[in-house]
Design a protein around this ligand. Sequence first.
Ligand SMILES: O=P(O)(O)OC[C@H](O)CO
Ligand SMILES: [Mg+2]
Length: 238
Amino acid sequence: MASAAAPALAPMAAVSHVIFDMDGLLLDTEGFYTEVQEKILARYGKVFDWSLKAKMMGKKATESARIFVDECGLAGLLTPEQFLEERESMLQELFPSCAVMPGVLRLVHHLHAKRVPMAVATGSHKRHFGLKTQNHKEMFTLMHHVVMGDDPDVKTGKPSPDIFLAAMRRFEGNVEPSNCLVFEDAPSGVAAAKNAGMYAVMVPDPRLDVSYHKGADQVLSSLVDLNPGDWGLPPFED
Ligand SMILES: O=P(O)(O)OC[C@H](O)CO
Ligand SMILES: [Mg+2]
């Protein structure tokens, strides 16, 4: 007797709208921040580690600068403003060379073809957004809109829900948080999505301790592993 086919697993939720983080999720830029911050910290005889990285990533520049100075005990030696100024020229050189993360283009083109509305919600401010995306403009034209960290509606950075709620409100129609699936790499970003009442798929850097995965509704090693059907989105057909 032939064995019955395994029943398809029910989706974890049925969402209709997708919101992407950018740094470390769509674009491979987090390594640039790490590299530059390691260099600055080395000048003070200190080592940049992943527990500090976990606290800084995903935040607005001004917020992460404050964390860097405070957590590294640099008060009196370096102000957050000086830190931002020091890292700026190095970052400006690096950002335009960033690559797209694995699995991103297939997913974005698929969702666009299936008319799933997509947005970007990034802690990056407008000038850095321009540098990072200058070689990836086509992908961003597929987004309904982009909300950046210096947007007037983003009073406080991630883990505040401000940026994801702003992104949700800019979609057409009456969209609720439970309709939205957020893709994030940062602990602060996952917390922001959950604080907004949305679903969160985390795609963390493997060097981030697993204790930072908690809170996410799903954790993937790469967007290549995403099955859109898990979220009630149209499945890949290729
Ligand atoms: O991860 P994002 O896109 O919110 O960006 C935040 C900072 O610019 C980098 O950690
Ligand atoms: Mg990110």
